[in-house]
Design a protein around this ligand. Structure first.
Ligand code: K1U
Ligand code: ZN
Length: 167
């Protein structure tokens, strides 16, 4: 297993649109294992392949307290979403130390492939709905701060650039 480097906003590679996975094979299963290790080590509750500079549609999540309930979504697609929205505080491993409120659909239905390449469907609400929308945004090249005002985005970029210089 390997710990992967997580790209930091505003790295332009975070804006890459991920391609669908063509075959769920050993290469993808190794990527999933490495992404899970990276997410647990960060620590985080989700990670999209885009964040580790792999531009294929792979997401891992673990929303459990005990960190033993890994969920894997390959080629995830939102096939239905509620018109009702809610505002939730979000963070992002690519934007360390920044948390802010984002408005998203309250419920989403997501179709994806599992590690055996089998199609499944999940109807999500609460934190699972928030995280799935956040991670699918990553696969489409969008970071959560891009849902915030231009002024906030500029402040966040300045703060992260200062942090990077101080390292
Ligand atoms: O995509 C990512 O960068 C992962 C992100 C997922 C996420 C969190 C909150 C709202 C939407 C999406 C994170 O995991 S940020 C870190 C975090 O939330 C966390 C870290 C340790 C313990 C509990 C939560
Ligand atoms: Zn994120």
């Amino acid at each position: 297993m390997a710990l992967l480097n997580i790209l930091r906003f505003p790295d332009p590679r975070l804006a890459t649109v991920a391609k669908p996975v063509q075959a769920v094979d050993e290469r993808i299963r190794t990527l999933v294992r490495d992404m899970a290790e990276t997410m647990y080590a960060a620590p985080g509750i989700g990670l999209a392949a885009t964040q580790v500079n792999v531009h294929e549609q792979v997401v891992v999540l673990d929303l459990s307290e005990t960190k033993d309930d890994l969920q894997v979504f390959i080629n995830p697609q939102i096939v239905a979403q509620s018109v009702e929205t809610e505002v939730c505080e979000e963070g992002c491993l690519s934007v360390p130390g920044i948390y802010d409120q984002v408005e998203r659909s309250m419920r989403v239905t997501v179709e994806a492939l599992d590690l055996d390449g089998k199609k499944f469907k999940v109807e999500a609400d609460g934190m699972l709905a928030v995280c799935l929308q956040h991670e699918i945004d990553h696969l489409q090249g969008t970071v959560f701060v891009e849902h915030l005002s231009r002024l906030k985005q500029t402040r966040i970029k300045t703060r992260l650039q200062k942090q990077a210089k101080a390292l």
